[in-house]
Design a protein around this ligand. Structure first.
Ligand SMILES: NC(=O)c1ccc[n+]([C@@H]2O[C@H](COP(=O)([O-])OP(=O)(O)OC[C@H]3O[C@@H](n4cnc5c(N)ncnc54)[C@H](OP(=O)(O)O)[C@@H]3O)[C@@H](O)[C@H]2O)c1
Length: 334
């Protein structure tokens, strides 16, 4: 039997999520962490301590010019995804770009057009789409276990740790709850109900003008509704309820992550059943990395799971939310 060739990964940006992703990459058999790049020597040194076998670059140019790299995971703030994705693609590297993919749909379309032009793989790192709990939820929706979905209620909130990372509230970096955590609420609602017919949204601003809290209402012509709430002002339950004519599925705390429990409520008075979900390893980022490896092994330039159309629908929805709620980024006027 032919063994799969190694896929050599680079990581661009050495922040919090980059460290978790690097750790989970070791769970993917045919992946190797080739190099990590940071803007500064301080972060590069931190990574060299954690991953001594990977090359360390103290600038991004050396990473994108390294001929030994097949694919680059972009782990910088939202406002830099456009610039960094174009940089990688133009140097011939496939890209897995963290969510939110871009600041607006215009940027997202340009990034996708560049990948198509270069015939290179490009996917948004919407990791939840690959974890067992999400896949079980979708299986239950598709096989009709919940009946017709009529209501989605999701909240995601926490008080960010101090000192605040630059990306949390800076408008140019796409700060605010919407692109950071509200995106998960929208993603789960779109998964359960599809593209909404109407979108309403309101926010309360942080000191910088981006949203500290955001409330979104999605409405559908079949009478279904989704109410989505994100907050940096307080800790919320961070749970999701997907309710249909035959039952309600609750995804408990950290609904978007592998450790959530799926509780199914059916009947009157309702009875609760715990839905078995496959056990997980690591932080849960190896599922998306495994998928990217499989796509690259097959020579694909687009994921059949997290498609470019999925990314554009998410971005379009967030653009409309921002327009309705009055959330502005400097890039909107470019
Ligand atoms: N999938 C998930 O579960 C998950 C969880 C958290 C965050 N995220 C996403 O991952 C991305 C990064 O989030 P994070 O929490 O890792 O952020 P973070 O800790 O602030 O790290 C971002 C890194 O980007 C680099 N960077 C380059 N230019 C920068 C600039 N002008 N300002 C600040 N940082 C800059 C820095 O790395 P160097 O100095 O090393 O270059 C920085 O450490 C975001 O898109 C976020 O939404 C995803």
């Amino acid at each position: 039997m032919q063994t799969a060739k190694k896929i050599h990964w680079g990581i661009l940006g050495g922040g919090r999520i980059a460290q978790k992703f690097a750790s989970d990459l070791s769970l993917v058999g045919d992946a190797s962490l080739h190099a990590i790049a940071s803007r500064s020597k301080t972060n590069a040194d931190l990574f060299s301590h954690l991953y001594p076998s990977a090359l360390q670059y103290d600038n991004y140019e050396d990473l994108v010019n390294d001929p030994g790299i097949d694919v680059i995971y972009i782990a910088t703030p939202h406002g830099l995804h456009y610039e960094h994705t174009l940089l990688c693609l133009q140097r011939g590297k496939a890209v897995l770009c963290e969510k939110a993919f871009a600041l607006n749909v215009r940027q997202a379309k340009e990034m996708i057009a560049e990948a198509v032009k270069q015939k290179l793989f490009l996917m948004e790192a919407l990791w939840s789409k690959f974890i067992p709990s999400y896949q079980k939820m979708m299986e239950m929706i598709r096989n009709g276990q919940l009946g017709e979905i009529k209501n989605v209620l999701i909240n995601f909130g926490f008080i960010p740790r101090l000192p605040l990372a630059d990306r949390i509230l800076t408008p140019a970096l796409g700060g605010g709850t919407l692109l950071d955590i509200g995106i998960y609420n929208i993603f789960y609602a779109l998964s359960a109900l599809g593209k909404p017919d109407q979108i309403d949204a309101r926010m309360t601003p942080a000191v910088t003008g981006v949203d500290e809290q955001c409330a979104i209402l999605l409405r559908y012509n079949n009478g279904a509704m989704a109410q989505l709430f994100s907050s940096y002002a307080t800790h919320l339950a961070t749970e999701a309820d997907i309710s249909g004519s035959e039952g309600r599925l609750r995804l408990t705390h950290r609904f978007y992550a592998p450790e959530t429990t799926l509780e199914l409520f059916t009947g009157l008075p309702d009875t609760k059943t715990i839905v078995p979900v496959l056990p997980t390893k690591g932080f849960g980022y190896h599922y998306e990395a495994r998928h990217v490896n499989d796509c690259l092994q097959k020579g694909l330039t687009e994921s059949p799971v997290m498609t470019h159309a999925d990314t554009l629908l998410l971005m379009e929805t967030m653009d409309t939310v921002r327009e309705k709620a009055g959330i502005k980024f400097p890039a909107d006027s470019v």
